[in-house]
Design a protein around this ligand. Structure first.
Ligand code: PLP
Length: 421
């Protein structure tokens, strides 16, 4: 089935009421038929709902649909993108081990990796997403994950997924790819051999800035890689916290099973059923929206590239962009999503442009149907020095746009008056 059809139908078998919309199961817990039924569910002899921290029927539809769109085997939703990323790391690495992350990534992810994981005893090492030699040099016998974004926020680079997977496979290490910006519609890292995809569903999935959420998707047959892999003994040895369960012997996708039965159970960042329902609504129109976001962004990028007061434009959909080849290779029809950035004269000019737009809102979010403008140096990246800003691909004269669904002509007119004002 094509993605447009999956996005509307997959994972929902109409209930007894035959409701067209997926119902919201707004409940904390579920009644068991009797004590034996309860015991069987707890022992995984039967599968079913126990408590919404573990599973929920509305969230289940969202997870199944998202997994289908990513061409994955199973998915697990969380209460935020940051929780999904943390659970993905925590599911493979423990104190004394390390993970290797691309340095071109969302600031919150970099901070989680460098500071929070460190407090849990997990070291994060960083590599340049365009340099697999650099990646290779950071790997040792204790490396448990390679993390990168398919389309990076905010530096707007496109990873060469095949090259990163080649390095990971040489060492049998799990790869985790954040596919938030590219979306499951434009890019499917799992089809390129990535093991785990994560998303912040707070962005294009909800599409209207309505709810915070995250999701972890596991590729098909990942069990084969985990089974007897000496890097991941906890998938192959009895889990004392779950009656000696061996995750790779249950016959279910082991990665998401372990996140659910161990991390979600113990740490609890489960999504609310209402938010899962909002994400289902978002998915229904995602194929249409992301195409329009991409087309609008391309028009805006072309306008900016032709403007004499704009020094540089970063958008992988432009032939002149250094990421163009990767975008053509990995993104459907080369469509490059709605995120772009551009450089103006200096820090003060960038601030003035951000202040002068009328349709774009100054907001630290992306993927909303309404256009957003951000000046990272005066907001999200305020604490960094000029040199640090350059090192993470965010110079002080850089403006980031999340191009929305308004008329591209109106957006261009708005930017024109702001730049020339
Ligand atoms: N990944 C990317 C690429 C993001 O842009 C963000 C947030 O901006 C996150 C993850 C974190 O997601 P959330 O805000 O849902 O926790």
């Amino acid at each position: 089935m094509d993605k447009e059809t999956l996005a509307l139908h997959f994972g929902y078998n109409k209930d007894e009421q035959s409701t067209m919309a997926v119902p919201i199961y707004q409940t904390t817990a579920y009644e068991f038929k009797d004590a034996d039924h309860a015991a069987n569910l707890f022992a995984l002899k039967e599968l079913g709902n126990i408590y919404t921290r573990l599973t929920n029927p509305t969230t289940d539809v969202f997870e199944k649909r998202f997994a289908a769109l990513e061409d994955g085997e199973a998915a697990l939703a969380t209460s935020s993108g940051m929780a999904a990323i943390f659970y993905a790391f925590a599911n493979v690495a423990k104190a004394g081990e390390n993970v290797v992350c691309a340095s071109q990534a969302y600031g919150g992810t970099l901070t989680q990796a460098a500071h929070t994981l460190k407090r849990f005893g997990i070291e994060a090492r960083f590599f340049d997403v365009h340099n697999t030699k650099d990646l290779q040099s950071k790997i040792d016998n204790n490396t448990k994950a390679i993390f990168f974004e398919s389309l990076t926020n905010p530096s707007i680079d496109v990873a060469d997924i095949d090259e990163i997977v080649k390095v990971a496979d040489k060492h049998n290490i799990i790869t985790i790819c954040d596919n938030t910006v590219a979306t499951a519609i434009l890019c499917n890292p799992l089809k390129h051999g990535v093991d785990i995809v994560v998303h912040s569903t707070s962005k294009y999935t909800t599409g209207q800035g309505l709810a915070l959420g995250g999701i972890i998707v596991e590729r098909k047959n990942l069990n084969e890689k985990l089974k007897n892999n000496p890097l991941y003994p906890h998938f192959n040895e009895p889990d004392e916290s779950y009656h000696g369960l061996v995750y790779t012997e249950v016959g279910l996708p082991a990665f998401t099973l372990r996140v659910r039965l161990s991390l979600l159970r113990d740490l609890g960042a489960a999504p609310s059923p209402f938010n899962s329902w909002l994400f289902i609504q978002g998915l229904e129109t995602l194929p249409l929206r992301i195409e329009k976001h991409s087309k609008n962004a391309k028009k805006v990028a072309e306008f900016l590239a032709s403007h004499p007061k704009v020094k540089k434009v970063n958008y992988p959909g432009l032939k002149t962009d250094k990421n163009y080849t990767n975008a053509q290779k990995y993104f459907k029809d080369g469509l490059s999503s709605g995120l772009l950035s551009f450089e103006v004269e200096d820090f003060e000019t960038a601030k003035r442009v951000a202040n002068s737009t009328k349709i774009f809102s100054i907001v630290v979010n992306i993927g909303d149907s309404k256009s957003i403008i951000t000046h990272p140096a005066s907001t999200t990246h305020q604490q960094l020095s000029e040199d640090e800003l350059k090192a993470c691909g965010v110079p002080s004269n850089l403006i980031r746009l999340s191009v929305g669904l308004e008329s591209a002509d109106d957006l261009i007119e708005d930017l024109k008056q702001a730049i020339e004002g």
